[in-house]
Ligand binder design. Structure first.
Ligand SMILES: *Cc1c(COP(=O)(O)O)cnc(C)c1O
Length: 472
């Protein structure tokens, strides 16, 4: 295939390169769907022709056809869906199929996609320009909001992604303690910086890569790992590396190895151990921040880390990350202190606006109760539906974050998670797509609900799940 041709040409070539037999099959599939459509006019037949065409073209243009690996559906098989628009709890693909969405752009869409008030505020901000490369008042507003909300945060630095936040916070922790090693947990994902691509979850787990080529062993050797929920292993590692560990970083509720909550007392024990060893405790709340509670996992579980990273929800769907924590530590960040970290688009007015408006909506009374209730009902229904159809399933949720495994459970760490039936999950995933429900395309990702999910959405989802559970 002529992969080197221009954009338009390679798109055409990928179309004409389709095997004739495949297009013939598609045509016959389509005509039988037309018959179905005549019988039930309101329901559009499920086809993914345009998605397939676009994704095939994308594979020539971008590695794997995507700009973030899990989107390629490698672990569930089949065709990734190419989307056209989103609103509330729904997404529409370029073939015109509608889905109830439980990915929420991997977390940011907590008040629902394309919220009217957020959009209106963005339009006003847009009129004043997209980026100043200089201070703006909106930065103060979002900073004050975050400091007010998150127990550990006395000062904050905004960046453009969760990866950047985690990279920055580790440099800061090393500078503050004068130590080089960090400790993370197997299956936890903290973005794609070198020191975190050691037993990382999310896409790394999905693709089954042990680590990534390109990460120097010297960088990886400074990262110690322990099984999640195993405080005895942490105590042993801290003892063995006395005086050398700068920080322990973790997802206070894991979402990147599937959904794994902390065992009772685990977070408190980490707080005790880190204080005893002069190690900083970092909660990576890129996923859990403003998701489990307004003050994140640290509010929900009553354990205050020294430093916290944020992302996803605080950007309201625009690229934002942040790190913050104790003032004495944060004052080491440049230009207040010597620890360098910068960003051309950091704190830009559009991103700040989306964050401010999203958090404003979340502060309305009852938001988190609603998320908790909807998500609880969803998971309960999924687990009951799966069991009723004879499957081994287990699941859980905290606030608006959930997960379920095709496994007997309980799942306490990444080893347990890996024992789940991922092939069955792939079939379930595909079945749900055909039923108009969009789930994260991997067993090793958490799911998310939003304030826009209705009782009707839930009902439709659980009815669809019941049908799919019976046919997989
Ligand atoms: C998503 C995520 C990151 C990375 O954030 P990006 O914005 O994708 O770089 C880091 N940590 C956790 C816990 C995450 O869920």
């Amino acid at each position: 295939m002529a992969a080197t041709s221009g954009v338009g040409l390679s798109w055409r070539s990928s179309v004409s390169d389709r095997p004739a037999s495949k297009s013939a099959r598609r045509v016959s599939g389509h005509s039988s769907s037309l018959v179905k459509m005549a019988i039930s006019v309101e329901k559009k037949p499920f086809t993914l022709e345009k998605s397939e065409e676009t994704f095939n073209a994308a594979k020539n243009l971008m590695p794997g056809g995507v700009n973030s690996p899990v989107r390629a559906f490698k672990s569930v098989g089949g065709q990734p869906i190419v989307f056209d628009s989103v609103k509330g709890s729904k997404m529409w693909d370029i073939d015109g199929n509608e889905y109830i969405d439980y990915v929420g752009s991997w977390g940011p869409a907590i008040i629902g996609h394309a919220d009217d008030k957020v959009n209106a505020a963005l339009v006003e901000a847009l009129k004043k320009g997209t980026s100043f490369g200089a201070p703006c008042v909106l930065e103060n507003e979002l900073a004050a909001t975050v400091i007010d909300a998150v127990p550990s945060i006395e000062m904050v630095r905004f960046v453009n992604s969760g990866t950047e936040a985690c990279m920055g916070v580790i440099r800061l922790a090393r500078a503050f303690t004068g130590r080089s090693k960090i400790l993370k947990f197997e299956g936890c994902y903290h973005g794609h910086a070198d020191s975190f691509l050691v037993k990382a979850g999310s896409g790394v787990a999905t693709l089954g890569l042990p680590d990534s080529p390109g990460v120097p062993s010297a960088a990886a050797s400074l990262t110690l790992t322990a099984p999640y929920n195993d405080s005895a292993a942490v105590a042993a590692l801290l003892e063995l590396n006395r005086g050398e560990v700068a920080a322990i970083i973790l997802e206070p509720v894991v979402g990147n190895a599937g959904f794994i909550p902390p065992a009772p007392g685990f977070l408190a024990e980490l707080r005790r151990l880190t204080s005893e060893h002069g190690v900083l405790l970092i909660f990576d709340e890129v996923m859990t921040g403003f998701r489990l509670a307004y003050g994140g996992a640290q509010e929900r579980f009553g354990v205050t880390p020294d430093l916290t990273t944020l992302g996803k929800v605080i950007g309201g769907g625009l690229p934002v990350g942040a790190y913050g924590g104790r003032r004495d530590i944060m004052e080491m960040v440049a230009p207040a202190g010597p620890v360098y970290q910068a960003g051309t688009l950091s704190g830009n007015p559009l991103a700040m606006t989306a964050g401010i408006e999203t958090l404003r909506r979340l502060r309305e009374p009852g938001s988190y109760e609603q998320l908790d209730r909807v998500t609880g009902e969803l998971v309960k229904g999924l687990v009951e539906g799966g069991k009723a159809a004879g499957h081994e399933v287990c699941g859980g949720h905290v606030g608006g974050m959930f997960g379920f495994f095709f496994a007997e459970g309980p799942v306490a760490n990444f080893e347990d998670a890996k024992k789940s039936d991922t092939a069955k999950f792939g079939r379930f995933h595909r079945g749900m797509l055909e039923e108009g429900v969009y789930l994260a395309p991997s067993q090793f990702e958490a799911g998310f609900t939003s304030l826009a999910h209705t009782a009707q959405d839930l009902e439709k989802t659980l009815e669809a799940a019941a049908r799919v559970f019976h046919r997989i």
